[in-house]
Design a protein around this ligand. Structure first.
Ligand code: ADE
Ligand code: ZN
Length: 336
């Protein structure tokens, strides 16, 4: 049934897996490069866009980190986040949890407070302007050492009130979650929410480690869980949400074709699956583009749409009253 398609825009939803640096559109990269006097290795917006032909996660990350090099001042982080939040609002995303990668910036000499204050100011302004509830999750780069992650955590602690959790991203294979056991324990004792990318390119063992060694409450991607029946049973029993990103999986060749994407099988297995955009400027679309492409490719139904939206509210890091408010909005939409 495709009758839900025209209504996907109006369906209230939450986005739980997007990297704010992955929302930098080529036009904004060039505008910021000009504003900050940064030289780019691409002659034009079109030349940069033409380079977005990825073969795997690493081929994407190399370009993604190069794009982020134009971010220098607090206003740059603010402008980037506001551009994303306006688009998210247009897709009727009423709550979003945005990842940011401070090490990408601090390694280039940008101060931690420049990064966090710029992003956080955008969260406040977007709430006032569009009513969208925007929260921040600090991600550690797993290709760097745990010592570097601990230093990053300590540098961010004075700004603790401006982010709600920590995650783990970047090159997955060869950098298992257990490498970050100590820093995640430190973050947990600070009361931070814990998530980690696992099972995107890496094996199911990385998902087990994220759960049992790091103690995460949500898995980012996790699509390779289907290779391990005991893991699927565990994820289903504990209602561990999986923040799946279909267009990302297509562009990074985690799946050869959206029609073969595992999302439907994951839903059928009773998993708490959600749809997200990951790096929307690089993978061909924001939230509703992901929803639309996935619904068309997998022939999902209106009931699936409601399940996915409900899952997204269940998985959000909010208090019970806020969650109840979101669910009430969804119920109102279903009745209308
Ligand atoms: N950083 C940005 N996007 C990512 C992804 N899909 N996987 C791992 N790290 C990332
Ligand atoms: Zn991601």
């Amino acid at each position: 049934m495709t009758s839900i398609l025209p209504n996907i825009r109006d369906l209230p939803k939450t986005e739980l897996h997007m990297h704010i640096e992955g929302s930098l559109e080529p036009e904004l990269i060039f505008a910021l490069a000009k504003r900050n006097g940064v030289a780019l290795p691409y002659a034009s917006v079109d030349a940069l866009r033409a380079a977005y032909a990825f073969t795997n996660l690493q081929s994407f990350l190399d370009i993604y980190y190069a794009g982020a090099s134009v971010l220098l001042k607090e206003q740059d982080f603010y402008d980037m986040a506001m551009a994303y939040l306006e688009r998210a609002h247009a897709d009727n995303v009423i709550h979003t949890e945005m990842f940011f990668d401070p090490q990408t910036h601090t390694e280039r000499g940008v101060a931690m407070d420049v990064v966090i204050n710029g992003l956080h100011r955008a969260c406040l302004d977007a709430k006032a302007k569009w009513g969208i509830n925007a929260l921040l999750i600090l991600c550690f780069l797993r290709h760097l050492s745990e010592e570097n992650a601990i230093e990053t955590f300590k540098a961010a602690l004075p700004l603790r009130s401006k982010f709600i959790g920590v995650g783990l991203d970047s090159s997955e294979v060869g950098h298992p979650p257990e490498k970050f056991a100590r820093v995640f324990a430190m973050c947990k004792s600070e009361g931070l929410r814990l998530v980690a990318h696992a099972g995107e390119e890496g094996p199911p063992a990385y998902i087990w480690q994220a759960l049992d060694v790091l103690g995460v409450r949500r898995i980012d991607h996790g699509v390779r869980c289907l290779e391990d029946a005991a893991l699927v049973a565990r994820l289903a029993k504990d209602r561990i949400p999986l923040t799946v990103c279909p267009l990302s999986n297509l562009k990074l060749r985690v799946t050869p074709d959206l029609r073969q994407h595992p999302l439907k099988k994951m839903l059928d297995a009773g998993l708490c699956v959600t749809i997200n955009s990951d790096d929307p400027a690089y993978f061909g679309g924001y939230m509703n583009a992901n929803w639309k492409a996935t619904f068309e490719a997998l022939d999902l139904t209106a009931a699936d749409a409601v399940t996915l939206a409900r899952n997204s509210f269940e998985a959000a890091f909010v208090d019970d009253a806020t969650r109840a408010g979101y669910v009430a909005k969804l119920d109102e939409f279903i009745k209308s």
